[in-house]
Ligand binder design. Structure first.
Ligand SMILES: Cc1cc2nc3c(=O)[nH]c(=O)nc-3n(C[C@H](O)[C@H](O)[C@H](O)COP(=O)(O)OP(=O)(O)OC[C@H]3O[C@@H](n4cnc5c(N)ncnc54)[C@H](O)[C@@H]3O)c2cc1C
Length: 189
């Protein structure tokens, strides 16, 4: 595995005739393999092909790139769906002190690495679900949680996932006085 900074992405494809797509690295800097998380988009160009891969098949992969990164100090990590991937990388790389994670998913099963974050962040992890209910899971979107609660004290707010969440969360944060420069966003689609 190459050197990378948690939060960075790689471009992946199967061969040069298939357009590459970007994926956040979900493994830690000390891990020997690179993990990515992806949703199967049935009408998509790449993910149906990725889901058909067998052990030993080859992938074309770029070097890590991107400026979606965090520093030490308090920050609030907000994600929808597979947008949790960069925070998994940051957490596996040891950077969770002072972090609050808010993760939204339609389903409980989509709250990826819920046990890992529950034990690691201990009270600083807010799983949110819109279509199913479970104990300890906020009933609604991350943006509903942000609107209803006192704003977490954070130096930075990182937003990762679909454009609807990123735009709405950024509006809420800026409306509550957070500086534009302190909101860092990675939009997946
Ligand atoms: C910097 C960056 C990092 C990214 N990291 C990740 C990642 O870690 N994991 C990940 O799953 N995706 C990630 N994406 C999105 C990813 O690059 C692809 O867009 C996605 O995997 C779909 O690829 P596709 O070729 O199958 O579908 P496409 O042919 O690209 O898309 C078909 C349609 O599906 C929509 N779509 C794309 N993704 C989704 C989705 N998840 N759910 C519903 N609809 C969708 C598109 O808007 C489009 O309308 C990232 C994107 C960027 C820009």
């Amino acid at each position: 595995m190459w050197d990378f900074v948690p939060g960075q992405s790689i471009a992946l494809t199967l061969d040069l005739r298939v357009p590459a797509r970007f994926y956040s690295i979900a493994s830690g800097t000390g891990d020997s393999l690179a993990d990515v998380l992806y949703d199967l988009v049935p009408e998509g160009v790449l993910t149906p092909r990725l889901s058909g891969l067998q052990p030993g098949d080859e992938l074309l992969c770029s070097r890590p790139f991107g400026a979606f990164q965090d520093d030490r100090g308090p920050s609030c990590w907000i994600a929808t769906g597979t947008g949790i991937a960069p925070y998994i990388s940051m957490a596996r790389s040891g950077g969770t002190e002072g972090k609050l994670l808010i993760h939204g998913s339609r389903t409980i099963a989509g709250l990826l690495d819920r046990d890992f974050f529950s034990s690691l962040l201990d009270g600083r992890y807010v799983p949110c679900c819109t279509r199913e209910k479970a104990d300890g899971v906020f009933d609604g979107r991350p943006t509903a949680w942000l609107s209803a609660k006192p704003l977490p004290v954070a130096e930075r707010y990182l937003l990762c996932g679909n454009s609807g969440m990123v735009v709405d969360a950024r509006d809420i944060l800026i409306g509550r006085g957070v500086k534009f420069a302190d909101v860092i966003a990675e939009i997946y689609f």
